[in-house]
Design a protein around this ligand. Structure first.
Ligand code: CTP
Length: 421
């Protein structure tokens, strides 16, 4: 049980159809142990009424500065908040905030607050792409507010495009990450990043495959944080848990190691950084049976499976770089899932792997049946390659959510970009 005092989160709701999704956001935050005060704009009450917010948050709801005037709410709510998250943030609200207006309780609260402020825009694509909205977003970001990238997908009508509210759980997770100290500054703006995620599956016959325990969550977290830091992200995913597409990322499915190899190699030349977070099968069955394999047959196919090696995608990327086939200055990172053995610790094995693979950064985590794979947290030691002959730098990454770990790795790679400038 969480015994620390609940954090005070203000959930602002502006007047858009996505207001109903904020109900799930409030639920997710309160279930996580946070205290939530909902501040809807007057227009948003036409979509979701006060009673819903009061019931979900267990707190009173006001929309204008003229309610409970004796409590000076327009100052107190903002002053006491640990974070403000506004979902949906409409084009109109972004314009009012950029202009510094205080014409309702929500905009006044934002003006008073010194805590992190996260805005999750939701509107039609044309409104989002309109230069007026983009200028407001740029102004707000420049003032230190976090304006999330919207998701791509189905909008209110039949149309589809960027402008959709990210899933409530994604907004809640990003809010938790910001509260845990993750910075969503736009230092990856103008950079492209390819991330792989999940565990590859290698077919054996029409019903069986060889796979592994990877959930894809670490790759997902890297994509989610990188998009919000401004990167153009391609996420190449093998088998994963059922996770919503990270808002703003391009998702490409590649089931087997060879499919992933093809998907990564064909896109590698246009990347500034590539992170191999996928658990790629080293070996695959030499033959894929056309019919279901049976036990007790003459050739006893099920008890003896011949395996052949898969391409090493990470090593292949380093070779492409050595051959001048990738962008100059491209950064290549991998993960090393290690258990350690009788003669080497997990980190020592990872150092050997860093040398073997030739990548720039290798994140070493110790794995076990209930460690890392499928778990919400991660941690370990990031090994950073140094000039030939020198030992790699070891940077400890404390156990934290996979988004917190993702942010630290993206910091390390961003540092390397800065060094080469
Ligand atoms: N990797 C890869 N292609 C493979 C196997 C692994 O690109 N065929 C990448 C993984 O995505 C990871 C890194 O290499 O970023 C290390 O993966 P790991 O499985 O720990 O290393 P292996 O090379 O498979 O070494 P071993 O299993 O023998 O420890």
């Amino acid at each position: 049980m969480n015994t620390s005092a609940p954090r005070r989160i203000v959930v602002g709701v502006a007047g858009g159809i996505a207001a109903y999704k904020a109900c799930h956001l409030v639920r997710s935050l309160t279930e996580g142990g946070d205290s939530v005060r909902v501040v809807p704009t007057p227009a948003s009450l036409r979509f979701v009424g006060e009673a819903t917010w009061e019931a979900l948050s267990g707190q009173p709801v006001s929309t204008t500065v003229f309610e409970a005037v004796d409590e000076v709410q327009h100052v107190h709510i903002g002053q006491q908040a640990d974070a403000i998250v506004i979902a949906p943030a409409t084009a109109d609200l972004l314009a009012r905030l950029a202009a510094g207006r205080a014409d309702d309780l929500l905009s006044a609260t934002v003006l008073v607050a010194t805590c992190p402020i996260i805005l999750a825009p939701a509107m039609h694509t044309e409104m989002w792409q309109n230069p007026a909205t983009q200028a407001n977003v740029a102004t707000l970001r420049q003032r230190g507010l976090i304006v999330l990238e919207p998701a791509h997908g189905r909008l209110t009508g039949r149309d589809s495009g960027p402008g959709r509210l990210p899933e409530p759980e994604q907004i809640a997770e990003l809010t938790r990450s910001v509260l845990a100290g993750v910075s969503l500054r736009r230092d990856w703006e103008g950079r492209s990043l390819l991330v792989t995620a999940g565990g590859t599956q290698e077919n054996l016959d029409p019903v069986r495959f060889l796979g592994n325990r990877s959930s894809g969550r670490q790759g997902w977290a890297l994509a989610e944080i990188a998009v919000q830091r401004g990167a153009a992200v391609t996420l190449v995913a093998a088998d994963t848990e059922d996770l919503p597409v990270p808002p703003g990322a391009e998702l490409i499915r590649a089931r087997s190691a060879r499919e992933m190899h093809e998907a990564v190699s064909s896109r590698a030349a246009s990347q500034d950084a590539i992170i191999m977070a996928a658990a790629v099968a080293d070996l695959r069955p030499a033959r894929v049976a056309e019919a279901k394999m049976k036990k007790g047959r003459d050739d006893d196919a099920l008890s003896t499976i011949e395996l052949v090696e898969n391409p090493d995608i990470l090593r292949g990327l380093v070779e492409m770089r050595e051959a001048g086939r990738l962008r100059p200055g491209v950064r290549i990172a991998g993960f090393a899932a290690e258990t350690g053995d009788s003669s080497h610790s997990a980190v020592e094995l990872a150092e050997l792997k860093l040398r073997r693979k030739g990548c720039d950064v290798l994140m070493c985590n110790e794995v076990g049946v209930d460690k890392v794979f499928g778990q919400p947290t991660n941690g370990g030691v990031a090994l950073i390659r140094r000039p030939e002959g020198e030992c790699p730098e070891r940077r400890t990454i404390a156990q934290g959510s996979k988004q917190v770990v993702a942010a630290e790795l993206l910091d390390i790679i961003a540092e390397q970009f800065r060094c080469q400038m």
